[in-house]
Design a protein around this ligand. Structure first.
Ligand SMILES: O=C(O)CCC(=O)C(=O)O
Ligand SMILES: [Fe+2]
Length: 294
């Protein structure tokens, strides 16, 4: 754990002659999005339901991953929309209140997109692959945004989850929360759950399934969940970077170089279909594609 007074910056050991990733999302842009998201969730249910999910669809306001009438639901509301490229937007699911909501999402998603692309370049480079390899896979493809709202739960905060254990299906996820004082996100490592300490002004970056597969396991899709607080609400905003839905996702030659292939290939469309059809359950859907143990 870092001491709270550590100045966090790229360490010389990791930069050796590199340019720093000095591209960020302006604070004002994040600030605008935060206040609009808070406003949206504050509205009466009836108003939020103007953007309600449609039967069988995934976009809109509602609850994530409801696949049966009798499953125990997660303690959260959410709004999921495709945000980039512009043509992918289905405005039926985009809130009109507060009036600045749409513009805030538009500006945020185009700024954050560039941060994601640069991260992908650095990650590829970091494991000895051509920097453009991953950027080329994700550039111009769909970006989804999910806002998760976890109300407090005084009676049963230790018995219900905000969001069940899962991995993200995408390549990379940029995540931030509205209020970093409230802990919620946990990651699983060596069979144990650890709370993530979110820092003001920084994204939490999660590797998703598509990147674990493409990198032949060089990057690991992180299993995570969200817990809830007995007295405080929490809101998080996740931005998902997807590959093209008709891409056949499998280990990329750039990441194999002499290694054996560790995952079966699958069309990303089929992978997503399966992902949304099941209750979230850790790394289950990813493990189905594994050919070799790590
Ligand atoms: O609320 C969080 O911190 C986690 C959100 C998350 O994992 C997701 O939206 O996929
Ligand atoms: Fe997630």
């Amino acid at each position: 754990m870092l001491a709270h007074d550590t100045i966090v910056g790229p360490l010389p050991e990791f930069t050796k002659g590199d340019e720093l990733i000095n591209h960020g999302v302006p604070e004002q842009v994040i600030g605008n999005l935060k206040s609009d998201v808070v406003e949206f969730f504050k509205q009466p249910l009836q108003d939020k339901q103007e953007c309600a999910q449609q039967p069988g669809g995934v976009e809109g306001y509602g609850q994530a991953f409801v696949v049966s009438e009798d499953q125990k639901l997660d303690w959260a509301d959410m709004l999921y929309i495709l945000v980039q490229p512009t043509e992918s937007r289905d405005l039926r699911f985009w809130p009109t209140r507060p009036p600045s909501f749409r513009n805030s999402v538009d500006v945020y998603s185009s700024e954050a997109r560039e941060v994601g692309y640069r991260l992908l370049e650095s990650m590829a480079k970091g494991v000895g692959a051509e920097p453009a390899t991953l950027r080329a896979v994700f550039q111009g493809q769909a970006l989804g945004m999910r806002v998760n709202y976890y109300p407090p739960c005084r009676q049963a905060a230790d018995r219900v989850l905000g969001l069940s254990p899962h991995t993200d299906a995408d390549g990379l996820t940029l995540l931030f929360q509205i209020n970093n004082d409230v802990h919620g996100l946990q990651v699983k490592k060596d069979g144990k759950w650890f709370a993530v300490e979110a820092m003001d002004g920084a994204f939490i970056v999660n590797v998703g399934d598509a990147l674990e597969i493409m990198s032949n396991g060089k990057f690991t899709s992180v299993e995570h969940r969200a817990v809830i607080h007995p007295t405080k609400e929490r809101t998080s905003v996740a931005l998902f970077f997807f590959p093209s839905s008709d891409m056949i996702v499998g280990p990329l030659p750039e990441f194999m170089k002499g290694d054996q292939m560790r995952y079966r290939s699958t069309s990303f469309h089929d992978f997503m279909k399966q992902y949304f059809a099941e209750k979230l359950d850790g790394r289950k859907h990813l493990e189905r594609l594994r050919l070799l143990e790590q």
